[in-house]
Design a protein around this ligand. Sequence first.
Ligand code: CS2
Length: 492
Amino acid sequence: MRLSAATLERLPADVRRPAYDIAAAKVGIVHLGVGAFHRVHQAVYVDALMARGHMDWAICGASLRSPDTSDALDPQDGLYTLCVRSGAGDDLRVIGSLRRLLVAPRDPRALLGAMVDPAVRIVTLTVTEKGYCHDPASGELDESHPDIVADLASPGTPRSVPGFLAEALRLRREAGIAPFTVLCCDNLPSNGVTVEKVTRRFAELRDPALGRFIASEVAFPSTMVDRIAPSTTDADRATVSARLGMEDAWPVMAEPFSQWVIEDKFPSGRPPFEEAGAEMVADVAPFEHMKLRLLNGSHSTLAYLGYLAGYETIADTMGAAPFARLVERLQDDEVTSTVHVPPGTDIGAYKRALRDRFSNPALRHRTWQIAMDGTQKLPQRLLAPARERLAAGAPIDFIALGVAGWMRYVTGTDEKAAPIDVRDPLAARLRALADEAGRDAHRLADALLGVREVFGDDLPREERFTEPVKRNLDLLLREGAATTVARAVGAS
Ligand code: CS2
């Protein structure tokens, strides 16, 4: 038996199910990038809205790459289980807000058709950092990106995010349909502004008038999105299916915590997101800095150093006292000074909650998963706060240790000489640089600091940055991550 509209009634009593008639839902949002993060976060807020009677905002979810999610959820009528994990056990809830699934590469015109539907007033995105085809250091469109080159050559059948947004907005304009609002839900700095920049630039390259139209008529609110979602394993599938008494081909795993802060700028209308617990604000920046720098910056630091020290998960890494102490020192001594605390937030409580979230043993969030795509993540997570500290004349030893951890990790060989499966759009280039530099900390650091897309032109020339990075990298190479971290926090 498989989870579907027809089998919903047979779920056990302790599994919550959609409190509304899914057949009565109407699509009002198209979402690009229908992966785990979307399904534990936005889709859950929309599910809650639908339970409150707001039935016009159901989601049409599209994958821009792999058909896997669609293939798993189509036979389930878009239904899937959210499994919330904590020390109290697993809490299961079936989510019904995903009413239609599309696979862009299979049929790009079908996705454009959905985006042009006048009933659709918002297009949301979670396509990971690398999905925006931008230069991570500057935030500008990477005009030499192969997908951008392809989309400029055949704009009617796009494959990139800027390509889809620009073409759909052009089609709406041509048909006299008001534009949709674009809501980026990825961990990018000023995410609305960044997506606006790449979309507008792409449109300009196609047709300056389209660029002007997007600049003046389309809203790109920024958001801060937060919920930790480890990728689903086969064991998770089996556990959830056993509890359901029927198969769910792709449940999603999450922590109990969830936060969504949204800039309230929706000229074409929006659902009452606040009824589902989202915070609507005028300025997202303080929330975004707090989250990207304290949560994600610590996450990346723990991921590289924890992986190197042999820890499989973030909770395992936090279980080692020097690593837990490192997170505290990184946050308290360095990063907090670069965060403008949002009004009404108790920053001490926020940081304590973060450390508890990282320590959630039920979650099994793999260090390897977070280590992915470092070139896309480091600039906003660690390098932006480093620049601000340096400008204020303040030290950055703990941030430098995180950056050195990344450098050690992308050599592609761990501390036991076993290969590391480094996933990154620049993985091949990083590996070649590391191989050529060898295991000399100065040469290796200089080679990687030359990756301008990550470090820009300024940091490689800033000795107060390069010196602590090289010093930490040297220790990591000679003594390993566990010893280096213990020394850094004064525990050895
Ligand atoms: C993580 C994030 O994988 C990563 O890089 O740092 O996905 C993190 O779990 C989320 O941003 C939490 O909201």
